[in-house]
Design a protein around this ligand. Sequence first.
Ligand SMILES: C[S@@+](CC[C@H](N)C(=O)[O-])C[C@H]1O[C@@H](n2cnc3c(N)ncnc32)[C@H](O)[C@@H]1O
Ligand code: SF4
Length: 405
Amino acid sequence: MVESSAEPVTSLYVHVPFCAKKCSYCAFYSEASDGETVNRYITALLREMDCLGSQFRPRTIFFGGGTPSLLNLKQWERILSAMDRLGWLRAGEWTVECNPATVSLDKARLLRSHGVNRISMGVQSLNEPLLELLGRVHTRSMVFKSFDILRRAGFDNLNLDLMFAIPGQTLDVWRETLNEALSMGSEHLSSYEVIYEEDTALYAQLRAGQFAEDEDLACAMYEELVQQTAAAGFEQYEIANFARHQSDRFGGKTGWVESFGSPVRSEAQVPALACRHNINYWRGGSFYGLGPSATSYLQGVRARNLANTSLYCERIERGQPPVESQEQLPPLARAGETAAFGLRMVAGWPFEQFQQVTGHDLRKTWADEMGELSRRGWALTKLDRFQLTPQGLRFADAAAQLFLK
Ligand SMILES: C[S@@+](CC[C@H](N)C(=O)[O-])C[C@H]1O[C@@H](n2cnc3c(N)ncnc32)[C@H](O)[C@@H]1O
Ligand code: SF4
């Protein structure tokens, strides 16, 4: 892998490990907590931020979780004023994840006025019985209400998260949810097939035989997703991600996102409102991760913070790094992983870009795998790039496996 120490890290992920209640499918690290724990976490987080210091200039910031929108006004004010002191408020793209049950106009205005310019709202479904089955804390009407609040607060870049292949979800129910969600007019949509994660209630129910997986139905739902999003003017740029072109809204402005006087590294062949922060992950870029369970990826080393809020706080209070594990893959394995991630993007891997990022020529090191995917009809080799076909994208995880060395 090429280590470009000259290129500064410009992406920041902050994990907020709190949820009002755990959803039945979710394995992200989060828990219900009292105010004292949340305040202790914020104190620790601010110290972790201070360690990065004001030299760091984030161009993309992503507050994920957990449920960042669960923090109250006072708690957000502490975080935002610390970030202001560090000079971190001018990121080109700054996303905060929200749950529809925890959006308020005051909070939304506070975030917007401090530079947050993108909200990602977890909707999952607009069908009440399915919301119940998923253990969601919100109703469908809260989704519409919160969306409206976010617009009123001035957010013009909103993402909605949906899930499909939920147990009991019929193709008709999915069509209707998708149709209603697209009618809301968000700029971005992320839509994931349900993954049965170990240690979740949904996984236990599957193992207990309460329902079965239906691969054909999941494929039909994915087809529906691709068709309906295209018809609504979205462009698919990654297996699960769809975005509008900015020109759809602003009459032809470019997609450059300005921050600190220089544009966030742009990428050809993605819609203007694609999530730049996630593109950096898929392209093997470096990033800092703060908060319990957050991962950092720096100079090819992946380090994970403790996935336990009280241990995370203890470590920081003792003046020690809250890191639980570190991993440095051998260069070839890392390049393979980068190949696998980037192939999730519709644009695939431009050969030149892959070589710049990893130091490897995709065509030489993975010639057999590229041939195999092409024979299956899952991929195409073009003059300048290798990319999955629409059929290959449906099986992107299996396709990506071939590249892991
Ligand atoms: C970390 S969650 C944050 C969203 C926010 N906490 C909420 O749920 O309202 C990010 C997204 O990951 C997706 N997700 C989480 N667990 C999943 C699973 N097991 N299978 C598929 N998608 C999942 C959901 O769509 C969710 O909105
Ligand atoms: S999906 Fe979101 S709200 Fe539900 S448990 Fe996971 S992080 Fe929390």
